[in-house]
Each structure stands twice: as structure tokens, then as C-alpha cells.
Write a protein that binds this ligand. Structure first.
Ligand code: ADP
Length: 159
């Protein structure tokens, strides 16, 4: 069985992430979406909430599992035995950072391979940050995130 880990903040998951996930599922039998618990970032959604939202969105696909991890990705690789990492690429600007990340993970565990998938160009400018900024000022985010996420963001900002 071909398996891969798709790690990220997913705060919140966007149509861009979902596009990458669907593409990954055409290549891998099982994809583990790994929500990062990052103590340096002040997230909009708790990691538990991010996991729940992604689980609900992906419930029809038994090939997708969602969990959270804290600390280093290499530790998750050790725990799960899954050595393939998926990352999405939007534009050339993503490359520098992703290259650093992939090489660092490789240095920590030389069995790790990072597979980069390119998003549909519709989503090439889309990021969680842009979605949050738009939502904060009541902008229309319906074309960037699924309805479930749109509702969750509205609820979060209303609180
Ligand atoms: P991180 O904080 O680890 O960068 P993100 O949730 O921002 O977490 O992104 C996770 C992965 O998804 C990264 O590889 C990122 O490049 C990719 N990604 C994010 N948005 C998009 C998008 N619109 N299209 C394709 N890939 C994306």
C-alpha cells in the first residue's frame, strides 16, 4: 500500500489544500493529513478543531486519515513508518522555503522523500492567511473554502 503524510497548519483548510489532497489520493492509497501544533503561531482554530473540520470534510474518503502532531515531522515519520511527505507548490516563491524544509527533513532522516504537487492555477494565489484576512473584514470567501469552513470561520469571528 502506498502511503504519504500531508503535513501543514491548515488554519483553515482551503480549496487549494483540498485540491492537493485529491491529487495526492490519485497517487497514494492512503494519505494522512497531519495538522501541525505550532506553539509559535497564534491560530484561528485550535488543532483539535482543525482536525475535526478536515475529518468532516473528508468523511467520504476512507483513504484519508486526519491527525495532529507536535514537534518534528521526522518523529511522525518514525511513529507511522510513512516516509513520503506531500507538500503543495503554488508559485516559485514557495520553492525556497519548501526546499529548505525538504532538505532539512532529509538530513534528519535520509529515508524521507518529499513529493511536491502543483495546485490547479485557480488556487495558485490562495492561502489560509488571505482567507483569514478577507473573513476578518467580512469579505466573501465562498469561492476559496468549502461551506463547512466558511460557516466555522464566521462563527469564530462572531465570538
Ligand atoms: P505550513 O504552515 O506548513 O506551510 P499550510 O497549511 O500553509 O502549512 O500549507 C500546507 C501545505 O499546503 C504547504 O505545502 C503549502 O505550500 C500547501 N498549500 C497551501 N495552500 C495551497 C494552495 N492554494 N495550493 C497548493 N498548495 C497549497
Amino acid at each position: 500500500m502506498k502511503q504519504a503524510i500531508y503535513p501543514g497548519s491548515f488554519d483553515p483548510i482551503t480549496n487549494g489544500h483540498i485540491d492537493i489532497l485529491k491529487r495526492a489520493r490519485q497517487i497514494f492509497d492512503r494519505v494522512v493529513v497531519a495538522v501541525a501544533v505550532n506553539p509559535d503561531k497564534q491560530p484561528l482554530f485550535s488543532y483539535e478543531k482543525r482536525v475535526r473540520l478536515i475529518q468532516e470534510l473528508m468523511q467520504d474518503d476512507p483513504g484519508i486519515e486526519v491527525l495532529y502532531y507536535s514537534g518534528l515531522l521526522v518523529n511522525l515519520v518514525d511513529q507511522t513508518g510513512i516516509k513520503t511527505i506531500i507538500r503543495g507548490l503554488r508559485a516559485l516563491t514557495d520553492f525556497e522555503y519548501e526546499f529548505q524544509l525538504a532538505m532539512t527533513n532529509r538530513k534528519l532522516n535520509d529515508k524521507i522523500d518529499t513529493v511536491f504537487l502543483m495546485t490547479d492555477d485557480t488556487y495558485s494565489y490562495l492561502s489560509s492567511t488571505v482567507v483569514k484576512q478577507l473573513a476578518r473584514f467580512n469579505g466573501d470567501i465562498s469561492q476559496f473554502v468549502p461551506p463547512l469552513i466558511e460557516r466555522a470561520i464566521k462563527e469564530e469571528f462572531d465570538e
